[in-house]
Design a protein around this ligand. Structure first.
Ligand SMILES: Cc1cc2nc3c(=O)[nH]c(=O)nc-3n(C[C@H](O)[C@H](O)[C@H](O)COP(=O)(O)OP(=O)(O)OC[C@H]3O[C@@H](n4cnc5c(N)ncnc54)[C@H](O)[C@@H]3O)c2cc1C
Length: 487
């Protein structure tokens, strides 16, 4: 079977993949690249999720690309506007013309002798629902495939779901025909999706109950950033964008560090905010006081206190309890009480997935990513010429992805200058111990952590989740660091 060759193949046309295309185009001019995208459109997350109110939960000044200012008035933006921003970036730079849609990448095998990857993708035929296998070769494979399974989200095994007479919907499978106007809705979950859905659905639903097993930290923030809007009115667009971006980065880093060093103080601050929003009579201890410390899991952001307003106006309520079973009319809880519902939304999370579910082999040997060490948060021990774009857990995703792209471009240019065809990070230090790659206690992380690559106890295998430190390492640090082996 013949195969097309590219210098670089990017997998995924989401926020990261389009960003990667931009960086390659500008920093490695002359390099031929293509993007293989499994779906039929650009946007990834921001196209897939269609549930009411879908929005970012970090500000767009840091979730936006370093090279394209976010110019919309809202800093906490809704899904369609983010999708538009990604599509606009692709169109403005001609990256959309580099995308092969409906190409789901399944396998990649590296040959040291040829110093190239052979990449196999299933290309959907349309019409009959079948697929053809197509092959490509490339010198460098850049995975921008996100971090979760697109096929389906996570739903725990609930007993009695078959008994429920109403409709059960997972937010990842939302369709336009979910009609909740005037209906009783129960949203199961307490994460970012649940706190987005509850106030939005409460606008037209009869009543919305957020049913959570345990609470999450919820912080309110203005949807529009007044200082940012003022700066944007008075300064050139790019300058204003970078100033606001840095202010937000520094504030985020400060708040994260404070949470780590003085968790009790930060807990008090967050709960104080909730008390102010909901009043002294609301049972904050039961519904908004998590068992863990701030930033042991991601904080949930609510714009302009919309969740708290819905609760105060009695359009929504929170129940903290465990599910016993689904019944014909709703959900029976462990304490014997019953929540009646017409619609149940299972906002119970995502299924994490490593490298888009790709099967990888190096010289005929299958790679088990769980047994690899993550190098600088982007490459994997003993896997040559492959990087992946994986964002921060404690800050906006794109901050790290932008730096990863810059680094990959530096690496490719360095190899070109020296005539190298292969680079592979290898750990020869016996003192490095393995640690889990993510230190979040969230269910979705804990369910998958065993399958994920590990981080090491020291640089360059250690993930610091720190943008300022990563700028120093990835933008200015040596590409030939003694750990990466070139040949
Ligand atoms: C509802 C929601 C809200 C979020 N809000 C925020 C936020 O506010 N701030 C933040 O920092 N993060 C947020 N995130 C995380 C978010 O996913 C990232 O910010 C970002 O959009 C990820 O971009 P990505 O391009 O890396 O991955 P994705 O958006 O997941 O895109 C990956 C692309 O790769 C394609 N792909 C995957 N596997 C293959 C394969 N094998 N072959 C071919 N194509 C493949 C997919 O089809 C998809 O188009 C949110 C996530 C969700 C689900």
């Amino acid at each position: 079977m013949s195969s097309e060759h590219f210098d670089v193949l990017i997998v995924g046309a989401g926020l990261s993949g389009i960003g990667a295309g931009y960086h390659l185009q500008h920093k490695c001019p002359g390099k031929g690249f293509a993007i293989l995208e499994g779906r039929d459109c650009i946007g990834g997350t921001w196209d897939l999720f269609r549930y009411p109110g879908v929005r970012s939960d970090s500000d767009m000044f840091t979730l936006g690309y370093s090279f394209k200012p976010w110019t919309e008035p809202k800093a906490i933006a809704d899904g369609p506007r983010i999708l538009n921003y990604v599509r606009e970036t692709a169109a403005e730079n001609g990256i959309d013309r580099k995308i092969r849609f409906n190409h789901r990448v399944k396998r990649a095998s590296w040959s040291t002798q040829d110093a190239r990857w052979t990449v196999e993708a299933e290309r959907a035929r349309g019409g009959d629902g079948g697929a053809d296998i197509v092959r490509f070769t490339c010198n460098f494979l850049f995975m921008c495939s996100g971090y979760y399974k697109y096929e389906e989200g996570y739903t725990p095994e609930f007993s009695g779901t078959g008994n429920f007479a109403g409709r059960i919907v997972h937010p990842q499978k939302w369709t336009d025909n979910v009609d909740y106007a005037g209906k009783r809705v129960v949203v199961i979950g307490s994460g970012a999706t649940a706190v987005t859905l509850v106030p939005e659905m409460a606008r037209t639903a009869g009543h919305v109950t957020m049913l959570q097993r345990s609470p999450t930290y919820v912080v309110s923030r203005p949807a529009q950033d007044p200082l940012a809007n003022k700066l944007r009115r008075n300064l050139p667009t790019k300058l204003a964008y970078h100033l606001i971006r840095w202010r937000n980065v520094l504030w985020g880093m400060y708040f994260f560090q404070l949470s780590r060093r003085r968790p009790a103080r930060v807990k008090q601050l967050i709960l104080g905010g909730v008390r102010m929003a909901l009043g002294p009579d609301y049972d904050i201890a039961a519904h908004f006081t998590p068992r863990y410390n701030p930033w042991d899991q991601r904080l949930c952001l609510v714009p302009d206190g919309d969740l708290f307003n819905a609760i105060k106006e009695k359009r929504a309520s929170v129940v903290t309890n465990e599910i016993d079973t689904f019944t014909k009319n709703g959900i029976r809880l462990k304490d014997g009480s019953e929540l009646e519902a017409d619609i149940i939304v299972t906002a119970t999370g995502l299924n994490l997935q490593v490298l888009g579910g790709l099967e990888v082999s190096v010289d005929g040997r299958a790679v088990d990513f769980a047994r690899t060490l993550n190098y600088k948060g982007m490459m994997y021990s003993d896997v040559p010429n492959l990087a992946s774009s994986f964002g921060y857990t404690n800050a906006s995703w794109t901050l790290k992805c932008d730096l990863t792209c810059e680094y990959v471009c530096r690496l490719i240019n360095y190899m070109d200058r020296r005539g190298y065809r292969q680079c592979v990070p290898h750990n020869a230090d016996p003192d490095i111990t393995e640690l889990p790659s993510l230190d979040f206690s969230s269910g979705y992380v804990q369910r998958s952590i065993a399958k994920m690559p590990k981080q090491g106890s020291k640089r360059p295998w250690r993930l610091y989740q720190n943008y300022a430190l990563d700028i120093v390492t990835l933008r200015y640090g040596k590409v030939d660091d003694g750990v990466m082996r070139y040949s």
